[in-house]
Design a protein around this ligand. Structure first.
Ligand SMILES: Cc1cc2nc3c(=O)[nH]c(=O)nc-3n(C[C@H](O)[C@H](O)[C@H](O)COP(=O)(O)OP(=O)(O)OC[C@H]3O[C@@H](n4cnc5c(N)ncnc54)[C@H](O)[C@@H]3O)c2cc1C
Length: 531
């Protein structure tokens, strides 16, 4: 099925280009004709997934996001496309299977350009593992492999579980402690280059299929068939009438619909230089003392960093815009990972830290780590359809369930869901994905980091600007900054630093890049608005 013209897209119809001028045009058009099929509130992975699902089924769809795409939890994840092993360990078979299936869909069809197979190794260090724990982990890894097989994901994509010797372990994670090292157990999972980039790819693809995607637009007074939309840049308000309203606001779901009760849990990661662990190419998995199912991971990341995570802490009270890690979480993460490292990391090695809130459904007592990661689609007395819980990995299934519910309850005129076969912008098989244009040079001349972030949409980036780095030591190019404004809906420098790129994860990096980013953003916004 080819992209169709959106009701409000005008000259942008059929394109996945999001920019400030499109936003103005679509807000104007929505004000002129505010009757739509589906209003999606929230522009995280879930809301962007719902918008793509609905628009690709032919529904007149509008997504509103109060701040920016991926402003919430969707940018604070571990960036893993999980096969569900952890859920298997806690008996959540349905979630585990769903994760494995969705991982396969993402890695083979919808977003393979943004995901790589990541080896995850558990070092066999006798004092790190309790008696019998290695056997337990091996059994779990094999069960994960069985899930992969039943989900139909080929071993060529995610290699089978194996044991490797100490030398090979050191080659994959040079910083690992070697005294007593007897090798390691290795399993593979999917790893996104970045979570926020998945959200942007989803939103752009939704826009290409006709969805109106509006950032800096807050939904207020939301009920089952209407909402008041506030343009937070101008203060202008408009009322929309919708066949159905889907609340996909994650941890904010209870603010949009007060019948929803959540129990947010905070997860924290620390960022250290990859150099401090000898530039690992695999994730180091360290058991948390006293637990059979919890681990701390050291995950290699883009921009030369390793993320060490994660925690699982009750986070009651008002929802902050940007949750903050606590000192206790920092110490817990460093202490746990240091048990497996040759040279212990200290607070001085920590370049940055981030925390996110899991939108867990409140099921009463118990630790947040024990709350099911299953998603739920709930219709409230006001008629709002809320989709909440779940995982980044399972966003597509969550979106399908939410739209199915809206279609069933409100009789919306939708075709069947086909997002499992719909490649996102940049993925092989997407109509606009292209090999690099002649003259742009061989792939070798285009930074591998740019290809990892843009896939088959790299040609758009090459046309947007120069391939010189935005600041010394950063592999983000000036072209990517321009492209974020001209194609990815960035409206200011913070959108670019904190969400289109992840330069902002380390304050020193952001400080080095900010002036150049602000300059390019101002120039590109001028061009966009000038037509
Ligand atoms: C620390 C951590 C690590 C994780 N790691 C993984 C992982 O590795 N793999 C995995 O699969 N999952 C992971 N998860 C889970 C996953 O990140 C979340 O389930 C997912 O990102 C939730 O996305 P969402 O779109 O539902 O919510 P959000 O991303 O929070 O999106 C909600 C959006 O709604 C907007 N909004 C709120 N109110 C309004 C309003 N009134 N009007 C308009 N917009 C509004 C917000 O600005 C926000 O952008 C992790 C979660 C955490 C916390």
């Amino acid at each position: 099925m080819t992209p169709t013209a959106g009701p409000h897209a005008g000259p942008y119809a059929g394109t996945g280009r999001l920019d400030a001028a499109r936003r103005t045009l679509e807000l104007q058009a929505l004000g002129d004709d505010p009757r739509i099929d589906l209003l999606v509130v929230g522009g995280g992975v879930t809301g962007a997934g719902v918008a793509l699902d609905a628009a690709s089924r032919g529904l007149r769809t509008v997504l509103v996001e109060a701040r920016d795409l991926a402003f919430g939890t969707s940018r604070w994840s571990s960036k893993l496309v999980h096969g569900g092993l952890r859920y298997l360990a806690s008996g959540q078979i349905k979630v585990a299977r769903e994760s494995a299936v969705e991982r396969g869909v993402l890695m083979t069809r919808t977003a393979p350009h943004l995901i790589r197979a990541l080896p995850q190794l558990v070092p066999l260090l006798p004092d790190l593992l309790r008696p019998g724990q290695a056997a337990l982990i091996r059994t779990g890894f094999h069960a994960g492999d069985a899930l992969r097989l039943t989900a139909g994901t080929p071993g060529a994509l995610l290699p089978r579980v194996r044991r490797i010797d100490a030398d090979r372990t050191r080659r994959l994670v040079p910083g690992v402690r070697t005294d007593g090292l007897r090798g390691s157990l290795v399993a593979h999972d999917g790893q996104l280059v970045d979570d926020a980039r998945l959200v942007v790819a989803l939103a752009r693809t939704a826009a290409q299929y006709g969805a109106t995607v509006l950032t800096r637009v807050r939904a207020e007074q939301v009920d089952g068939t209407s909402a008041r939309l506030v343009d937070t840049l101008t203060g202008r308000e408009l009322a929309v009438r919708a066949g159905a309203v889907v609340n996909a606001t994650g941890v904010w779901a209870g603010e949009v619909d007060t019948s929803i009760k959540l129990r947010p849990s905070r997860g924290t990661h620390l960022l250290v230089d990859a150099e401090a662990l000898g530039h690992p190419t695999a994730a180091l998995t360290v058991p948390v003392p006293g637990s059979t199912s919890r681990f701390v991971f050291a995950l290699p990341q883009q921009l030369g960093r390793v993320a060490i995570g994660l925690t699982d802490e009750d986070a009651p009270g008002p929802i902050p815009d940007e949750p903050q890690p606590t000192e206790a979480e920092r110490s817990f993460l460093l202490d746990t990972v240091n048990a497996a490292l040759a040279t212990a990391l200290t607070g001085a090695d920590v370049r940055g830290a981030y925390a996110g809130l899991r939108p867990l459904i409140d099921t009463g007592d118990g630790s947040t780590a024990d709350i099911s990661r299953e998603h739920a689609v709930l219709e409230s007395p006001s008629g709002v359809i809320t989709v909440v819980g779940g995982k980044l990995t399972t966003y597509r299934r969550m979106a399908e369930d939410a739209v199915d519910t809206a279609v069933r309850l409100r009789g919306l005129p939708a075709r069947a869901c086909w997002t499992a076969r719909l490649p996102l912008i940049g993925a092989p098989g997407h109509g606009d994905s292209r090999p690099l244009p002649a003259g742009a040079g061989a792939v070798g001349q285009v930074p591998a980091s740019l290809l990892a972030r843009h896939g088959g949409a790299a040609h758009e980036v090459l046309a947007a600007g120069e391939l010189t780095p935005i600041a010394e030591g950063l592999d983000v190019t000036r072209a990517e900054i321009a492209h974020a404004v001209s194609h990815e809906g960035a409206l200011d420098a913070a959108d670019v630093l904190d969400r289109r790129t992840r330069i902002g994860l380390v304050a020193q990096d952001a400080d080095r890049a900010r002036e150049a980013v602000e300059e390019i953003v101002a120039q590109c916004l001028g061009e966009v608005r000038g037509g």
